[in-house]
Write a protein that binds this ligand. Structure first.
Ligand SMILES: Cc1cc2nc3c(=O)[nH]c(=O)nc-3n(C[C@H](O)[C@H](O)[C@H](O)COP(=O)(O)OP(=O)(O)OC[C@H]3O[C@@H](n4cnc5c(N)ncnc54)[C@H](O)[C@@H]3O)c2cc1C
Length: 300
């Protein structure tokens, strides 16, 4: 780090010279020089702890700079592939000290530009893909964030259990599903990802590791930080472990595609299949009540 600090000083001097005598264009270049120095510093620092195949700095593949749509491309100085929470913590602390932004990334299947980096580091969590624990007594499984949804679903179903959240993209990661609160085709009956997250291990921006929630259903003290973190799209912390709730595997699966001529008919036929007696639908015109016996939908 000492050499890097010397380099920082040298660049500070260069920048000061430029700023005192420089033109407007030099002033504009100053932040770029600063970023360049920080990037060099962090690259050298990361190389001390990570293998060379865990750091990508030259010829970064465009897929790491975009999302599944590929409409927007960002820029990054480094792509880093941690393999443990300790490595995530080390990378985050290094980025924090060098004031470089970090964009966490699962499988990059989002469609909203959520993994388009704005400089700095892309933190690719796909190598943290182990199912760490399966606990049939508490109906939970503990996983690393890079576990693919398809693999997780197959794993628990082979054991006679069921993980309901089912967004269309099965090659997405559990960490990405939590960070986007993914829903999918089973959401109306079973809920969304949020309903299946019991606890999280997180690395904060400064590298501190914390845990929130637990595998216990009755865990109600304090603020629900677990819920705050779900759907935060990597803006608050990096998920390095999660405890996921499971259900018993249903006796059979049935997929049906039923076309309806109008929304009203759709509502009146599908509501009786849902578990509650009296459903409320918010149609945008105010609340509507569904009467299960008469199959009438009435305004409030
Ligand atoms: C064909 C298709 C169908 C889809 N269908 C549905 C659907 O039916 N319902 C639905 O809700 N969604 C759907 N989606 C969206 C899908 O839910 C998301 O693409 C997916 O959840 C993102 O997972 P990912 O691993 O690819 O995450 P990424 O795309 O890599 O990341 C998504 C966000 O999560 C953050 N992130 C990722 N991992 C972590 C981590 N470990 N810690 C902190 N932040 C992290 C990223 O920074 C980013 O903000 C669909 C997508 C596709 C391509």
């Amino acid at each position: 780090m000492a050499a890097a600090t010397d380099r920082e000083r040298e660049i500070d001097m260069r920048m000061n010279d430029k700023l005192s005598i420089g033109t407007g264009r030099d002033r504009e270049a100053a932040p770029d020089i600063r970023t360049e120095v920080r990037t060099d510093t962090i690259r050298a620092y990361l190389k001390k702890k990570l293998r060379s195949d865990q750091i990508l700095s030259d010829k970064i593949d465009g897929k790491y700079l975009s999302d599944a749509m590929g409409r927007r491309k960002g820029a990054a100085a480094l792509v880093v592939f941690p393999e443990s929470a300790a490595e995530v913590s080390f990378i985050m602390r290094s980025a924090w000290e060098n004031e470089l932004p970090v964009t966490p990334r699962g499988a990059g299947t989002n469609l909203t530009g959520a993994t388009v980096p704005d400089g700095g580091i892309v933190l690719d969590l796909s190598r943290m893909n182990r199912i760490l624990e399966f606990d049939p007594d508490t109906f939970t499984a503990t996983v690393e964030p890079g576990v693919l949804l398809a693999d997780f679903q197959s794993y628990v179903e082979e054991k006679g259990y069921f993980y309901p959240p089912d967004p269309g993209e099965k090659q997405s990661t559990i960490g990405g599903n939590i960070s986007t609160n993914a829903g999918g085709m089973r959401a109306v009956k079973y809920g969304v990802t949020r309903d299946y997250v019991m606890g999280l291990e997180l690395v904060k921006a400064d590298g501190t590791v914390i845990t929130v929630g637990s595998r216990n259903r009755k865990d109600s003290s304090g603020l629900s930080l677990t819920n705050l973190l779900i759907c935060s799209e990597g803006t608050l912390a990096v998920i390095t472990k999660s405890i996921m709730r499971l259900l018993p595997k249903p006796g059979y699966f049935l997929l049906a595609l039923v076309p309806f001529p109008t929304l009203r008919e759709d509502v009146s036929y599908t509501h009786p299949t849902l578990p509650t007696k009296r459903m409320v639908k918010n149609s945008g015109r105010g609340a509507q009540h569904y009467n299960k016996k008469t199959r009438d939908v009435s305004d409030d």
